[in-house]
Ligand binder design. Structure first.
Ligand code: GLU
Length: 323
């Protein structure tokens, strides 16, 4: 039985691969984030829309789990990925040559559209005694892996709170997908994740035996950051999605937007096709993740710093979303 199933699977894949190859199929890949984030299902949602028409466009979109925003920008710039989901603050920094890209503006970066809002989410074990960001001093805290978008947000939040992340706490550099398990196992006290809601990672963190809470960002931290940086805005963590957590009211924090980006080197007709399939089938797209509930077509043109890719621009002009 097992052998037969394996054979059927192999034949299935081969037939599929051949059919694609025969049609002169072009393959593009979307870089996302950890599988329990919202970028990964977002890559899945976009690819689903486009792959329905793969014969028409001779285009097949695949999705890759990655280390997150910073990794995605760099992989797209290197030509290893064609598309990626990237935090709006990271897009701004890459385009302008700031932070990870200090002095090296990524001028080949292009915007396609923006997607869901993401909030800087600080999750702490109740038994760690962490109730405010100031209580993170002396604790073991995951601030995020170097390729992630959230690492920069964690450092900004800590700095704004007057906490030196290098000396005042034990900062871990774990990937977001690993943090919930580590928190539940008692190996870390808290973690930061900049993510849309609901996300699998935060569900996992709040659904275990170890009780966890969301730690609000103090007013002064939110004010400092939204005044200093153009890409931060006040945001909340909607607790309705996480009944396992101890919070009963939405938690104040700051946030950014998830954006969909590419390179100037990706052909216009490919970016046009991807944009068109998402926007022409907007209602179907919106149903693919609860984090998209707040989206409007107009909102999906906000939060972008790099110029629009000509393929996206062509579509938006055609439908009158831009002049
Ligand atoms: N915002 C995170 C990052 O840029 C990823 C969040 C997600 O995967 O949904 O790395």
């Amino acid at each position: 039985m097992k052998k037969l199933a394996a054979l059927a699977l192999a034949v299935g894949f081969t037939a599929f691969g051949l059919a694609d190859a025969q049609a002169g199929m072009r393959y593009v890949t979307i870089g996302t984030g950890g599988v329990t984030g919202v970028y990964y299902p977002t890559g899945g949602a976009i690819s689903k829309m486009v792959n329905k028409k793969r014969k028409e466009y001779n285009l097949r979109v695949t999705v890759e789990s990655t280390g997150g925003s910073v990794f995605n920008v760099n992989a797209i710039m290197a030509g290893d990925l064609e598309f990626g989901v990237v935090q709006s603050d990271r897009q701004y920094q890459a385009w302008n040559g700031l932070k990870e890209w200090e002095g090296k503006p990524q001028k080949k970066l292009r915007s396609v559209f923006s997607v869901h809002p993401e909030s800087v989410t600080l999750v702490a074990a109740v038994d760690s005694g962490i109730k405010t960001i100031y209580d993170l001093k002396g604790k073991v805290v995951n601030i995020g892996n170097p390729g992630s978008g959230q690492r920069g947000n964690s450092i900004d939040a800590l700095e704004a709170a007057g906490i030196d992340w290098k000396t005042d706490l034990k900062a871990e550099g774990l990937k977001a997908a690993e943090a919930p398990g580590m928190l539940q196992d008692g190996r870390i006290d808290a973690f930061f994740y900049t993510v849309g809601h609901p996300s699998g990672a935060i569900k996992e963190a709040t659904a275990g035996n170890r009780k966890v809470r969301f730690v609000p960002m103090p007013d002064e931290v939110i004010q400092k950051l939204t005044t200093k940086y153009p890409y931060y805005a006040p945001a909340v963590i909607p607790v309705e999605f996480y009944p396992g957590g101890t919070d009963k009211m939405d938690v104040p924090t700051f946030g950014v937007k998830a954006t969909f980006v590419t390179s100037i080197d990706v052909p216009e007709d490919i970016v046009y096709a991807v944009t068109k399939e998402v926007f022409d089938n907007f209602d179907a797209f919106k149903k693919l993740h609860p984090a998209y509930k707040v989206l409007t077509k107009e909102s999906m043109l906000q939060g972008l710093t790099a110029p629009l890719h000509p393929g996206a621009e062509k579509y938006f002009k055609e439908v009158g979303l831009i002049k």
